[in-house]
Design a binder for this molecule. Structure first.
Ligand code: PLP
Length: 422
């Protein structure tokens, strides 16, 4: 069974297709390594959130660090979404893709003064502020710009999202957000500063979350604070519950987005906060299952202890296995009828951590194309040029036709900014 999305299928003849297009053909036409995305799969994933939020004041802000290709941003902007950004560079991408800055929230623990000024000039909707010193800096930057910065405080609700330590962000020990017990004082401070206007509250408790309870716990903790802050006479307009909903890589069964949203709205209503604007910042769950990474098998190296299938994609193209020991499904794009063997699928980079999948079973020959599934999020976005490897090309399938949305990098371009000594 293929995890993730109904847009991906295997024909009875053994051909793996995305939106009906044979992936091996795309690999031949555009070369490998190659990211391929289904626009329809992205829009389907977004529609689940939109359905559940319809009829409520709301704003979905796609956490674009998951996949920031301009065509992806354009697709999501045209569907009425805003963006959650974490850098000035991401803001520049939103504008280049035709996104609306008044639907942008600016997150991140380390915003520089220059990034704050850039975002104020662009007219972003809200700064999600993560510390008291950031409040002070933002107020000063806004005053110097002759502007008032709309702020939400990112509160660390101290709930365990039950996910990998590197992608868990809502615990007391994490660097993110303002501790729950210090948040009221931080709101009072924000309200006293001349360059700020308090507009909301937010949290983001982690990534690849597969349970609803952490979200409901975090929402309860936020609403406790909203009530305390408003008793103090500081009005809070929106509640932003962050992103983090998981996807199926193997056999995970995360809640469907509309189910999760339904439960969150119920909880808001039950506590008398049904009138508030709800904001969400999904990243992975909008794009993760919509993409695959195609790679060509270069060599087979059978051995006693391990057999290696050496491919032309590597950790620089897809970091998740090396960085989080993430398990991602790997499928031959055309299945063979010969008996399967066990392989460690590895790349050419000079690191033992350079693997894409371990102990996988399939029949394969050099020249075959493999697909790493569910690679649409935190795939290309985290790619690097380690080993002076040009980054992969990206193709988006739009209305059944493949469109090249990023050219393959050229090696020359990688060192074009470098200087030889005199
Ligand atoms: C990364 C991030 C998100 C999105 O997380 P996903 O797991 O990709 O949904 C949302 N909000 C903030 C502040 C983030 O840093």
């Amino acid at each position: 069974m293929l995890p993730g999305t109904p847009h991906l299928a295997r024909s009875s003849a053994g051909t793996l297709t995305l939106d009906g297009l044979p992936l091996a053909d795309l690999a031949r036409r555009f070369g490998t390594p190659l990211y391929v995305y289904s626009q329809a799969a992205m829009l389907d994933a977004l529609a689940a959130y939109q359905r559940a939020l319809a009829g409520r004041p709301h704003q979905i802000c796609y956490a674009m660090k998951a996949n920031s290709n301009l065509a992806v941003l354009q697709t999501i902007a045209r569907a009425g979404c805003g963006f959650d950004i974490v850098s000035g560079g991401e803001l520049a991408r939103v504008l280049a893709a035709g996104g609306d800055p008044s639907r942008v929230v600016f997150s991140g623990v380390g915003k520089t003064a220059a990034e704050m000024a850039q975002a104020l000039r662009a007219g972003v909707r809200c700064f999600n502020v993560e510390s008291v010193s950031e409040l002070d800096r933002l107020s000063a930057v806004a005053a110097a710009e002759g502007a008032i910065a709309p702020v939400s405080l990112r509160v660390n609700p101290d709930v365990d999202a039950g996910t990998h330590p590197y992608i868990s962000t809502g615990l007391r020990e994490n660097k993110f957000g303002i501790a729950h017990d210090q948040a009221l004082a931080a709101y009072r401070h924000a309200a006293s500063l001349p360059g700020l206007q308090v507009v909301g509250i937010d949290c983001h408790i982690g990534s690849q979350i597969t349970q609803v309870e952490p979200y409901l716990d975090a929402l309860d903790r936020l609403l406790d604070l909203v009530e305390a802050v408003e008793r103090d006479g500081i009005a809070i307009h929106h509640v932003d519950v962050g992103g983090g909903l998981g996807i199926r890589y193997v056999d995970e069964s995360p809640p469907a987005a509309d189910h999760l949203v339904g439960l969150l709205l119920q909880r808001l209503d039950a506590r008398g906060h049904g009138h508030r604007e709800v904001m969400m910042e999904p990243g992975r769950s909008l794009v993760g299952n919509a993409g695959v990474l195609l790679t060509e098998v270069q060599y087979l190296k059978p051995g006693d202890a391990k057999s290696f299938c050496i491919v032309d994609a590597a950790m620089n193209d897809l970091m998740r296995p090396a960085m989080y020991e993430a398990w991602m499904a790997i499928e031959p794009c055309v299945s063979r009828s010969t008996p399967p063997q066990r392989w460690d699928v590895v790349g050419p980079v000079c690191e033992s951590g350079d693997w894409l999948g371990r102990d996988r079973s399939f029949a394969v020959e050099p020249g075959d194309v493999l697909a790493v599934l569910s690679a649409g999020a935190y795939g290309m976005a985290m790619a690097s040029n380690y080993n002076t490897r040009p980054r992969a090309a990206e193709v988006m399938i739009v209305d059944g036709a493949p469109v090249l949305v990023r050219e393959r990098e050229q090696a020359q371009a990688l060192f074009s900014g470098e200087k030889l000594l005199a």
